[in-house]
Design a protein around this ligand. Structure first.
Ligand code: NI
Length: 269
C-alpha cells in the first residue's frame, strides 16, 4: 500500500511539474540555511458524489488522518474541511474544498457532469486519484472561458484535474526568516510575484494565522482545440500563532483562504 509519505511525494512531483518555480523557491529556502516544513496542501473538487471532498479525503482517512473543522465560502460557493494527522501532528494538514454545484447554472452543471462521468472507476478507486490530473477528454478553450465567467475554481479543475493546488511553507519552522514580511521580500527579490488580493499578508496574530502566497505561474495547457497559457498552481507561506489555549492554532481562517483562492484567477494574474 502507498504510505502517506509516498502520497505527499507523488503530489509534490506533480505539483512542481505544473509549477517549476515552486521547486526553485523551495531550494532558495534551503540555500539560505532553512529546513522546509510543509504546513498543508490544498485539493479542489466538486460536491458531485463521485468526486466529493469526502472521496478525496479517503486516502488520508485510511492513513491516520481525521476530519477537523469545516468552512464555507458563500461568495465562491464552496464548502471545505481540513484534516489533521491524528497520530503524527507534525504531518501536513490537508485542506479540501468542493464547489457547490446546485448554486450554478445548468450549463456549468452539464459541463461538470461530462467531466466527472468520464473518470474511469479504476482511477477513482485508487488513492492516486488525488493526483490523477485530467482523466477525461480535454475541454475546449471556449468551455474553459465560459466556466471562468461563473467560477474560476471550476475552470481550474476542468483544466488541471486532480492535483495539489498548493503546498505551504510553514514560516515558524524557517531558521533564517521569522516573519512573512521577510519571506515575501525574499520571494519578490528573487523575481516572483506575491498575490496582493486583500493585501500581501492575509490575517494577523489576533486570528492566530498569517498567510501569503505567490501568484500562480502561467502554464501552457492543452485544450481540445489547441494550447493556451493559463494560471496553474502557487506556493503558500503560513505563520501560525498560539490560540487562547496556548496551543498553536491548527485550523484555517475562511476570510484568509477566500483571498488565497484568487491566486489562480486569470483576472488577478
Ligand atoms: Ni492554503
Amino acid at each position: 500500500m502507498l504510505d502517506i509519505d509516498d502520497i505527499f511525494s507523488n503530489l509534490w512531483t506533480q505539483y512542481t511539474t505544473l509549477n517549476p518555480e515552486v521547486q526553485k523557491i523551495h531550494d532558495l529556502f534551503i540555500a539560505k540555511g532553512n529546513e522546509v516544513v510543509n504546513d498543508h496542501i490544498a485539493l479542489r473538487t466538486f460536491n458531485h458524489p463521485k468526486v466529493s471532498k469526502l472521496v478525496l479525503a479517503k486516502p488520508f482517512l485510511e492513513r491516520g488522518y481525521k476530519v477537523c473543522d469545516h468552512y464555507h465560502f458563500s461568495e465562491k460557493k464552496l464548502d471545505a474541511f481540513h484534516l489533521e494527522n491524528a497520530q503524527q501532528p507534525d504531518y501536513p494538514k490537508v485542506f479540501i474544498s468542493e464547489l457547490i454545484l446546485d448554486r450554478f447554472s445548468k450549463q456549468l452543471n452539464h459541463e461538470i457532469s461530462l467531466i466527472v462521468d468520464q473518470i474511469p472507476d479504476q482511477t477513482l478507486s485508487q488513492p492516486s486519484f488525488i493526483y490523477s490530473g485530467v482523466s477525461w477528454n480535454k475541454v475546449s478553450k471556449a468551455t474553459y472561458e465560459k466556466m471562468r465567467e461563473e467560477s474560476e475554481y471550476a475552470a481550474w479543475v476542468a483544466a488541471f484535474g486532480y492535483a495539489a493546488n498548493h503546498f505551504t511553507v510553514k514560516v515558524n519552522s524557517l531558521k533564517t526568516l521569522d516573519t512573512l514580511e521577510k519571506v515575501n521580500q525574499l520571494i519578490e527579490e528573487a523575481g516572483y510575484e506575491i498575490n496582493t488580493v486583500g493585501g500581501k499578508i492575509k490575517g494577523s496574530p489576533s486570528i492566530y494565522l498569517e498567510q501569503s502566497s505567490t501568484l500562480a505561474n502561467k502554464q501552457a495547457v492543452e485544450f481540445s482545440d489547441g494550447s493556451m497559457v493559463i494560471p496553474s498552481c502557487f506556493y503558500e507561506f503560513a505563520r501560525r500563532y498560539p490560540d487562547k489555549s496556548g496551543r498553536e492554532f491548527s485550523g484555517f481562517v475562511a476570510d484568509n483562504a477566500d483571498k488565497i483562492f484568487e491566486s489562480t484567477n486569470a483576472s488577478v494574474n
